[in-house]
Design a protein around this ligand. Structure first.
Ligand SMILES: C[S@@+](CC[C@H](N)C(=O)[O-])C[C@H]1O[C@@H](n2cnc3c(N)ncnc32)[C@H](O)[C@@H]1O
Length: 345
């Protein structure tokens, strides 16, 4: 193998990674330690669903760390076959080497992601699209290859488009108008979801989000596939505008039972905290939340009560309230802004 490598541990996998300290597209093989959380969530979600004997495709696999973790951390019988692919020659070599290092059995491929997806005639029960930037180039083939009841996972790191720093980029790439305020992450995630659903709808596939979130510099969504025209129509009815932005997905972002199961299986404290917030916010099905700091600023309220006190007051009035993972200053609740302001004052 060319270049210098370190061996690191992540989950139950031991992985050869390039020694370069800066993470960039130019690295021969991409390993981003910050994305360990992203991979932790993948492992946890696939542990939590009851699906068995999965055919899995990882078309943009980098070092292969995600695939190797799935092989080592999921129960026997969960995976029937796993294809770990990357178009880079160096990545392909390191994937094979990492498979040997972990005594893990998978099919390593060295193809363009789209060629890989097109080549395979059968369906995949799980496909993970984890690119640099937008997932757009891979969506068409990924949704076509996704089997009935399959789970598609998508990462998008082009948050400048989705969160409205570049509105025209969002219009071009995601066919929607983004927000660029405290709600931009939630709006961006919902815009991304709608785009994926539109691509799938062409093939009579209805994709429902079962777990989604925004974190650091990326957005992530897992969608469950159902086949059928009526199912697709039901999805499309839930696309609309929100606060002069969109169109976007206004339906549920999470399957609450699944989040509960993930929580019950989660041992890591950081992930538990994150999942707990999501579990609480998944009790409500309404886009948007209140940004308390923003609200107090515009209403010139100087003594802001603690978030716990605000949430207690909301609940005492018979409303549900929760923090939101999208924004540390946010409270998600059905309570109206006027009522909330009166209450804080
Ligand atoms: C963000 S990294 C993947 C990280 C990996 N999934 C993980 O969890 O560690 C993106 C990878 O996609 C590969 N890639 C980019 N464009 C590709 C394409 N068209 N076909 C196949 N692989 C591609 C890059 O070589 C890179 O390794």
């Amino acid at each position: 193998m060319t270049g210098k490598y370190n061996i690191i541990e992540e989950g139950k996998a031991r992985i050869k990674v390039p020694i370069e300290s800066r993470i960039s597209r130019k690295l021969p093989v991409f390993y981003n330690p910050v994305m360990k959380f992203n991979r932790d969530m993948s492992v946890l979600l696939l542990k939590a669903v009851s699906d068995k004997s999965l055919r899995i495709a990882l078309p943009l696999a980098g070092t292969g760390v995600r695939g190797i973790r799935l092989l080592k951390e999921l129960r026997k019988g969960k995976i029937k076959q796993i294809i770990i692919n990357d178009h880079s020659k160096e990545a392909f070599r390191i994937i094979k080497s990492n498979l040997r290092l972990n005594k893990a059995k998978a099919c390593a491929e060295n193809l363009d992601a789209n060629a890989l997806l097109l080549k395979d005639s059968g369906g995949f029960d799980h496909i993970d699209i984890d690119p640099f930037g937008t997932p757009n180039p891979f969506l068409n083939n990924a949704v076509q290859r996704l089997s009935r009841n399959g789970i598609l996972a998508v990462t998008a790191t082009d948050t400048s488009a989705l969160c409205g720093s570049f509105e025209n980029a969002c219009k071009r790439k995601y066919w929607a108008i983004p927000l660029h305020n405290y709600l931009m992450q939630e709006a961006g995630l919902r815009i991304l979801i709608r785009k994926i659903q539109l691509i799938a709808s062409q093939f009579d596939k209805a994709l429902t989000p079962i777990f989604s979130y925004s974190k650091d510099h990326y957005m992530r969504v897992f969608l469950r596939c159902k086949k059928g025209k009526q199912e697709v129509d039901r999805i499309l009815k839930q696309h609309s505008t929100f606060r002069n932005a969109g169109p976007m997905w206004l339906g549920k972002l999470w399957d609450r039972k699944l989040v509960k199961k993930m929580l019950s299986l989660c041992k890591d404290e950081t992930s538990r905290k994150f999942l707990n917030i999501i579990y609480n916010e998944s009790a409500m099905n309404k886009p948007g939340f209140h940004d308390i700091h923003n609200l107090c600023k515009t209403k010139k309220i100087h003594n802001i009560p603690s978030f716990d006190i605000i949430m207690k007051k909301i609940r005492n009035q018979g409303n549900t309230a929760s923090r939101t993972h999208f924004n540390p200053n946010g409270i998600r609740s059905y309570i109206s802004e006027e009522k909330l302001v009166r209450m804080i004052k």
